[in-house]
Structure formats: C-alpha cells, structure tokens
Design a protein around this ligand. Structure first.
Ligand SMILES: Cc1cc2nc3c(=O)[nH]c(=O)nc-3n(C[C@H](O)[C@H](O)[C@H](O)COP(=O)(O)OP(=O)(O)OC[C@H]3O[C@@H](n4cnc5c(N)ncnc54)[C@H](O)[C@@H]3O)c2cc1C
Length: 419
C-alpha cells in the first residue's frame, strides 16, 4: 500500500484550536487535518482489513482480544502480519497514541479518537503501539527495559489492580502488600481477572505499602517481570465468554522479591497512577472503541433491512425495524458528539475526568443496546459467527463491567453532580 500518505512528524496539532465552542456548539465538524488522518484510516480499513475479516472470524476464537500483533499472528501468515505492521509504521499510525515527547505522532486527542473509531469498524485488529499511559512514568533504565520495548511492540504488559475481594473499591479493599526488606520490596497477595497476564512480559502491579493511608498515599505501583520466581500465573485461566478474550488470569505473588528500581513513579502514588490510566487512556478511548462497532452494525443493518423480504415487503418498511434503526443512529450521533467534545476539551487542557466517565458509561450502555438491535434485525443470521455482530456485542457488553462498571461510572458522575 505504497500510496498511503503519512501522519506528518509532530502531527500538526499539538495544541489546536478546533473552532468548536464546547457544549453550545451545534456543529462538530472536524478540522481538515483530522479529516485527512481519519480518511486515511478509513481507506486502510476498507482496502486492507475488511478483506481479511472472514478469515479472522473463522479462526478458533482464542486469538480475539490478545494485544493486536499477537492476535494477528495467531490467525494470519507472517506475510500478512508484516504487511499490516508496515502500513501502520509507514503511515505513522503505529505511534497514534504515543506522546510526541516519546517519538509519537503528537496528534491531538480529537484526531486520535476520530482515527481510532475507523480502526474499530472491523473485527481485524490494527497493529499499533498499545502503551498504558502509566508507563510514561518510567525513568532512566526503567524506560529502556519496559517503556521503549512496549512502544516498539517487542514487549507486552498487563495492569494488575483487581483482586478476589477488591473490584469496584480497590483502594479500600486491596489486600496485596509490599513490604520493604533492605533495598528490596517483597510482595504477597493475589490479583484476579488480569487480562493478558499469561502472555505479558511484565505486569504493572498495585500493592499496599502503607495500610493507614491506602489510596491516599499508601498504594505503590511495581514493575514485575513475569519470570520473577515469586510470581505465578494460574493456569488454566478463568474462562469467560463476554469479554474479548477466552480467559482472564489469577496471579499469585508469593514472597515475590523486587528491587527498589521496580517502583514506578513514587512510593505511595501508585493508586493515582492507576486512576490516570483509567480516566484518560481507558475511559475516553472506550468511546471510539464502541463507536466503530456501532457504526458498522448500523451500516450492516441498513443494507440487510432493505434486502430482506418478509410478507411481500423488505423489513426496512416495517416501523418496528425502522425504530430500531433510528435508535441506533441517534445513539451513535449522540455518542460521537460527546466523544468529540470531550476529546477537544482534553486537548485544551481541561479536566475531563467526569466527562470520561460519561463517555465510558454511554459507550458501554448505548453500544450494548445498539449491538443487541443489530443482532435482532438480522434474525438468525445475527447469531452467525460469519458476521462480526456477536463478537462486537461481547466486546462492548464487557465494557459495562471491565475497567469500572457502569454503576461505578454513575457513582463518579453523581459525586461530581452533587458536590
Ligand atoms: C474481561 C475482564 C477483563 C478485566 N481486566 C482486568 C485487568 O486487566 N486488570 C484488572 O486489574 N482488572 C481487570 N478486570 C476486573 C474489573 O475491573 C472488575 O471486574 C470490575 O472493576 C468490577 O469489579 P468486581 O467484578 O469485583 O465487581 P464488584 O465490585 O464486586 O461489584 C459487583 C456489582 O455491584 C455493583 N456495585 C459495586 N459497588 C457499587 C456501588 N457503590 N454502587 C452501586 N453499585 C455497585 C457493581 O457495579 C457490580 O454490578 C477485568 C474484568 C473482566 C470481566
């Protein structure tokens, strides 16, 4: 795909003015540079990725939801993987989410969400640097050992916060402890539901270092290599159906010894680091993650409803079907406006923590009902694994739980509303 243009170095919009007047705005027209990147991504999806989708959907299912390159490798020949990676690197999209300070595109958050939505239109994962933003707190040798290899796709990591008795309230309920022993730390405890733990090279682990302070200065983040003898990933994992992966993992820390160099950021500040990751990288990006799938589902439904005939008429002429299409369309338009507006606010340096919770809530809840309508409109075909609809449904339905449940997003929004 030699005729792809590229994301220019510096990305063109480090601190852009979009001409968007926040909530009063009735128009969310994207600026021309963002349209250019979005259209480039759209073209890659249409020309390169959609033709691969049937092969991906026909695979065993175990490849779904692994980090992008691993997932591609599990299904396609090395030549196909290399081609997609080359396109990603040649266009600069590999560095889409990487800050300019670390060699990234420097694209605005608005450009990132617009581009990401396009790549989420297909079940085939697009390879790019998938870096939890916590890792940018790596210093000195940490950066060489952990951050750079993750940016370049040579290493993979997992985020280990949740425990058997600490999910929605990790700050209050976390049991995993890290105790100083000379210049080392010794970790003991169990983490649960950890995505990709078995495939990762290292884990970002939160542990209580001061039980009197807990989330207010008493939780620390550690970089723990998966081959550390004190770390054990329980096999087989917990089999799941809704989430994007076939299994989630329980990870045991049994006198797991790490040096002081394994502390990420400052001692006691690990909970805040985790929240930063969840707020911006995770919650805001759930918007485009759902939007691409929702738009694809709507496009498929419009086509299908016009050609599927029952009782002498296409089902698109039935009000019961039209109303589902309309509800899907309205959800997509409203979610896209919410995502664009808050991406633009983030670019202006505004605090969007509360808005990111709104984006995650709406993306999860509206995305789930949109995919549910899409499956229903397709009748039995909606359940077929030849279509991406059930896979999309699983991915999006899971986000009502993973990364903080919809109830917890409402709880956060209510706290702000009533403060
Ligand atoms: C597929 C998948 C992948 C995951 N990946 C990871 C990962 O990589 N790393 C990681 O650390 N964790 C991960 N998790 C864990 C996930 O973040 C937690 O499952 C989630 O935060 C919910 O915690 P819980 O399951 O303990 O539910 P609980 O906290 O026990 O909640 C149970 C129910 O009660 C509701 N509830 C709880 N408190 C309140 C309240 N105050 N008000 C109203 N309702 C409330 C919840 O919304 C939920 O409906 C993953 C989970 C899944 C399913």
């Amino acid at each position: 795909m030699s005729d792809h243009t590229t994301v220019p170095p510096g990305g063109g919009s480090a601190s852009p003015s979009y001409g968007i007047e926040t909530s009063q705005s009735s128009s969310f027209e994207l600026p021309p540079d963002v349209v250019e990147y979005r259209d480039l991504a759209r073209r890659i999806v249409r020309e390169e990725m959609l033709p691969l989708e049937q092969e991906f959907l026909a695979s065993t299912g175990h490849a779904y939801g692994l980090k992008e390159v691993l997932s591609l490798k599990a299904v396609f020949s090395q030549a196909v993987v290399d081609r997609l990676v080359k396109i990603s690197r040649d266009t600069g999209f590999w560095y889409l989410l990487v800050p300019e300070s670390h060699g990234g595109s420097g694209l605005s958050m608005l450009a990132r969400v617009a581009v990401m939505e396009e790549f989420m239109y297909t079940a085939v994962p697009f390879p790019f640097a998938n870096v939890p933003n916590i890792l940018y707190h790596c210093k000195g040798e940490q950066a060489d050992k952990y951050l750079t290899p993750v940016i370049e796709g040579h290493k993979t990591t997992s985020f280990a916060q949740t425990e058997p008795n600490a999910g929605s309230d990790p700050g209050g309920m976390m049991q995993t402890r890290a105790v100083r022993d000379g210049s080392d730390w010794v970790l003991n405890g169990t983490k649960m539901w950890i995505s990709m733990a078995a495939e990762s090279d290292f884990l970002l682990v939160q542990a209580v270092t001061d039980s009197t302070k807990r989330q207010r200065g008493g939780i620390t983040m550690f970089l723990v290599d998966r081959d550390n003898p004190g770390l054990k990933v329980e096999q087989p994992g917990i089999r799941t159906w809704l989430g994007p992966r076939a299994a989630q993992y329980i990870v045991h820390f049994d006198d797991c010894r790490v040096s002081d160099a394994a502390v990420l950021g400052e001692v006691g500040k690990g909970f805040t680091l985790g929240q930063t990751w969840l707020t911006i990288h995770d919650r805001l990006m759930r918007g485009p993650y759902a939007l691409g799938k929702m738009q694809r589902a709507l496009d498929m439904c419009v086509d299908y409803a016009k050609q599927r005939v029952t009782f002498g008429k296409p089902i698109s002429e039935r009000q019961a079907v039209q109303w589902k299409l309309v509800d899907m369309y309205v959800d997509i338009q409203a979610l896209r406006a919410l995502v664009y507006e808050n991406a633009a606010r983030a670019d202006r340096g505004q605090d969007v923590r509360n808005e990111a919770a709104m984006v995650k809530l709406c993306a999860s809840d509206w995305g789930t009902r949109t995919l549910d309508h899409a499956i229903q409109i397709h009748g039995a075909m909606g359940e077929s694994l030849e279509l991406p609809l059930t896979l999309f449904y699983r991915y999006v339905r899971n986000t009502q739980i993973g990364g903080g449940t919809s109830e917890i997003q409402r709880h956060l929004i209510a706290r702000k509303l009533l403060s």
